[in-house]
Design a protein around this ligand. Structure first.
Ligand SMILES: *Cc1c(COP(=O)(O)O)cnc(C)c1O
Length: 381
């Protein structure tokens, strides 16, 4: 009495080969142009891509760099904080968010996240502010904006810089109570993003960028990302060698044109999951903050009975449905950050989420039938 059909077609967590196949002629041409011009470092495609991405994100300055982790390092360097300054970060995030602060000799201060949106809890962030606080890093996790209304107000009230780690929410927007709408990344003093291949705007290797509305800061970031030099062999400050390859910039120009379509496709997949999974006992679909659009870097459900999360993951795997757990451990449980001295139980929401979240396949090419199949398996379980 088998009731479940086989998957309509093999289901992947993401399908970059198929996405790139559709863009192949344009990608080939971009590659060929860079090969022909042989300007592999700081070639014309880098500036062109920065300008196009800036335009897409509402006119802010974009400073490309080598990856999203370097972007966080550069963002913090641009704030010129004193050694040991505190940087408030969410306890539920990818580790790069605080790695940069730790490497710079700054002190990561963890705060818990909201149980509904998984994003940094503004009240907890405000409570963690001390005279030594230099910045708050808000992560727009899984594709939805953190509470930028509250965070912007806290940042202004305490004179503490707001950095947005926008590696997962490129193109998302947030509507303020004033009626004004802003792109994720365009609200804080400086924000960062990643073009790691699996991100919503991914290159074919490593890449990253910073975003700022402040022209002086954009110049500073440009220098910091290129050995602190103002012009060749003239070094104003100690910087990094963190440039976006011309080749990646050229490929990103092609992929950026596809981004609005891909975002809409991800949102359509999410809406189908929402509809198919609504009312399914034992799971919660991702909560939406009405003020933010959601670009669904991940579609992350919560399994109410955390004991059964890993069973559900195995069951889905058996049915040909790959899933991921982002993230299995909160930051304070990582051995590398034991030195911060946090204890188990200190960030209960982050800890609870690590035990209950499950990210389902979501990418622009996932079909209606595939989504229905995944939802059917989950309901069956
Ligand atoms: C991917 C990611 C990063 C790091 O980006 P890389 O390009 O891999 O260095 C940082 N923060 C978040 C939230 C991410 O998802």
């Amino acid at each position: 009495m088998s009731i479940l059909p086989a998957p309509p077609a093999p289901i992947h967590l993401l399908d970059l080969a198929a996405e790139h196949a559709a863009l192949q002629p344009a990608l080939d041409e971009a590659l060929r142009e860079v090969m022909d011009a042989a300007a592999f470092i700081q070639g014309p495609a880098v500036g062109a891509f920065a300008a196009e991405l800036g335009q897409y994100l509402g006119g802010a300055h974009v400073v490309p760099c080598a990856n999203g982790t370097d972007a966080l390092t550069l963002a913090l360097m641009s704030l010129e904080l004193p050694a040991g300054a505190e940087v408030i970060v969410p306890a539920f995030t990818y580790v790069a968010t605080l790695e940069a602060a730790a490497l710079l000799g700054l002190k990561p201060v963890l705060v818990d996240v909201r149980p509904d949106t998984f994003n940094i809890d503004p009240a907890a962030a405000e409570a963690a502010i001390t005279p030594r606080t230099g910045a708050i890093v808000a992560v727009h996790l899984f594709g939805q904006c953190a509470d930028l209304e509250a965070l912007k107000a806290i940042s202004a009230r305490h004179g503490v810089a707001l950095i947005e780690d926008n590696a997962q929410a490129i193109g998302a927007t947030f509507q303020f109570a004033s009626g004004e709408t802003a792109f994720a990344g365009a609200v804080g003093e400086v924000s960062t993003t990643s073009f790691f291949p699996s991100k919503n705007l991914g290159c074919l290797g490593d890449g990253g960028a910073l975003l700022t509305r402040d022209t002086a800061r954009a110049t500073l970031l440009q220098q910091l990302a290129n050995h602190g030099q103002s012009r060749k062999y003239h070094h104003q400050r100690i910087g990094l060698n963190s440039r976006l390859d011309t080749l990646q910039a050229a490929l990103l120009r092609v992929k950026l044109r596809q981004l609005p379509h891909n975002t809409a496709a991800r949102q359509a997949v999410a809406a189908r999951y929402d509809a198919a999974l609504a009312g399914t006992a034992g799971i919660a679909v991702p909560a939406r903050d009405a003020r933010s659009t959601h670009v669904f870097h991940q579609y992350t459900i919560q399994v109410t009975d955390a004991e059964r999360r890993d069973d559900l993951q195995r069951f889905l795997k058996g049915g040909g449905v790959p899933t991921m757990i982002y993230y299995p451990l909160p930051v304070h449980a990582q051995p590398a950050y034991a030195y911060l001295g946090y204890r188990a139980g200190q960030f209960p929401v982050a800890e609870q989420l690590c035990g209950s979240v499950l990210s389902l396949p979501i990418h622009p090419l996932l079909t209606v039938e595939q989504v229905a199949y995944v939802a059917q398996l989950i309901s069956g379980f």
